[in-house]
Design a protein around this ligand. Structure first.
Ligand SMILES: N=c1c2ncn([C@@H]3O[C@H](COP(=O)(O)OP(=O)(O)OP(=O)(O)O)[C@@H](O)[C@H]3O)c2ncn1[C@@H]1O[C@H](COP(=O)(O)O)[C@@H](O)[C@H]1O
Length: 102
């Protein structure tokens, strides 16, 4: 995350992250969707090779999600704080609260 934040600030040429950041939410979002699909496909692959592929794709999805956080100037601590806020609350209660809000 620190590296990605630095890429967002300095935008060095020859950086894949810079290329993504220059494309903004549309480009990063498209990659996140692609990587999410690849992760889901890999989830049902059998055996050790399937497991390894699944981990590889999870890495890709997390990487691109972190790039979107850097693009939005959001740090991991803020996301961790949001998850901590939810801790101890049932996911079903959280869902009901969201539905009330919308
Ligand atoms: N952890 C990663 C990382 N994970 C995945 N990727 C890239 O994410 C892309 C995954 O997309 P695809 O599988 O579709 O491959 P692709 O066809 O090459 O992708 P596109 O050109 O179509 O976008 C690949 O290009 C991977 O290289 C990453 N690129 C960079 N990092 C790390 O990010 C840091 C900054 O990297 P740079 O900004 O490139 O210096 C460094 O520490 C890197 O190791």
């Amino acid at each position: 995350m620190q590296t990605l934040t630095e890429r967002a600030e300095k935008r060095p040429t020859g950086s894949y992250t810079t290329k993504l950041l220059e494309g903004g939410t549309a480009k990063i979002g498209k990659k996140i969707c692609e990587e999410a699909n690849e992760l889901i496909e890999a989830a049902d692959e059998p055996g050790d090779a399937g497991r390894e592929h699944f981990i590889y794709e999870a890495g890709d999805l997390l990487f691109h999600t972190l790039v979107l956080l850097a693009h939005k100037s959001v740090n991991l601590e803020e996301v961790a704080a949001e998850l901590a806020r939810r801790e101890g609350t049932s996911g079903l209660t959280e869902k009901a609260n969201r539905e009330k809000k919308n």
